[in-house]
Design a protein around this ligand. Structure first.
Ligand code: UDP
Ligand code: MG
Length: 310
């Protein structure tokens, strides 16, 4: 079988040489064991500003199974992984996406391939814990998963983008033409037999995290707005609740008016404020429902994916 490793790199000059050495040794071992016939390491340079690309060129000279893609500007981790996967879709039997800093445990690749040979088209790498992450990273990540599921996005907790896709799953994924990528959600949509592989997160080999807080927030927003209409539903709910409150308020205001405890104009003013306010929020929610429909239409996602045919 022919394996591709897709490794997105953004300003990773400090780790690439080491990463290549480790991956090369590990993949060589898999080849000797006869688990794979061929493996390519595909580095996707996501518009780095340092010497990452020069390094990739040198590594390409030195190792015959290292190749590279250079993106013209920084498009973010998700799009870099997509670029790599799109590049190798017709060239491989399976593709594994893995971070350049090797925080993902490469020794689990064998287990992933085992699951693949048992017929799993999707194998998720899932973190056991976050012992090596800073408290900030740990808590923001935890909040991320909680918030995502509260917003109605179906993702696997503690699964970052360390994942094996068989060629069938990869082709199916490529049939999703949307521009806003949130791979963790999209892979869940395609189906197929899946498996989980658990790993311990390692320390970043060198350099700093390239996932800044703003990049993480962008990822969360992309995930929510690409996968859930729940925020729009929440508007409808708020509208309904305020309409109910308005009813209560109107009854109270009328009662006060009839018992003569009011100033002139107070009653009509309060009634119109509450009624117009709640009707406006509710209308926004209704419009939101239609916008949600338009949004899912323009994404032109495939309606179904065929797994087998006899
Ligand atoms: N990355 C990328 N483009 C970006 C940010 C990050 O390709 O804009 C890559 C980065 O080089 C690494 C992977 O995405 O291979 C994960 O990033 P990082 O390790 O910095 O994130 P963390 O592990 O801290 O979440
Ligand atoms: Mg990392």
């Amino acid at each position: 079988m022919n394996l591709y490793l897709v490794v997105p790199c953004y300003n990773e000059e400090l780790v690439l040489a080491d990463t290549t050495k480790q991956l090369d040794a590990y993949l060589g071992g898999l080849k000797e064991k006869g688990i794979i016939d061929n493996a390519q390491i595909l580095y996707v340079d996501d518009g780095s500003k340092d010497t990452t690309w020069v390094l990739i060129e040198q590594l390409h000279e030195r190792y015959d199974h290292v190749s590279g893609l250079k993106l013209a500007h920084n498009v973010g981790h998700q799009h870099a992984v997509w670029a790599g996967m799109e590049y190798c879709v017709d060239k491989c039997d399976a593709v594994i996406s893995i971070d350049a800093d090797l925080q993902h445990d490469i020794t689990k690749i064998e287990e992933m391939l085992e699951k693949y040979s048992e017929g799993c088209e999707v194998v998720y790498g899932i973190r056991n814990d976050r012992a090596t992450d800073s408290a900030f990273k740990k808590n923001t990540a935890l909040m991320f998963y909680k918030f995502m599921s509260a917003m109605g996005v179906d993702i696997i907790p503690n699964h970052a983008d360390f994942r094996l896709l068989g060629s069938k799953a990869l082709k199916a994924l490529m049939a999703y033409p949307e521009r806003n990528l949130f791979l963790r959600g999209m892979v869940r949509l395609i189906g197929f037999k899946t498996a989980n592989v658990y790993f311990d997160v390692k320390e970043r080999m060198a350099g700093n995290s390239k996932y800044t807080l703003s990049k993480m927030l962008n990822l969360a927003l992309d995930g929510i707005t690409s996968f859930s209409v729940k925020p729009l539903r929440i508007i409808t709910m708020i509208g309904l609740i305020s309409l109910l409150l308005a009813m209560g308020e109107i009854i109270y205001v009328l009662y006060a008016y009839l018992t003569g405890e009011t100033v002139a104009g107070w009653t009509s003013l309060l009634i119109s404020v509450w009624l117009i306010g709640s009707v406006l929020i509710l209308s926004l929610g209704v419009i939101g429902e239609y916008i949600g429909k338009i949004y899912s239409e323009v994404k032109r996602r495939p309606r179904y994916i065929i797994e087998k045919q006899i």
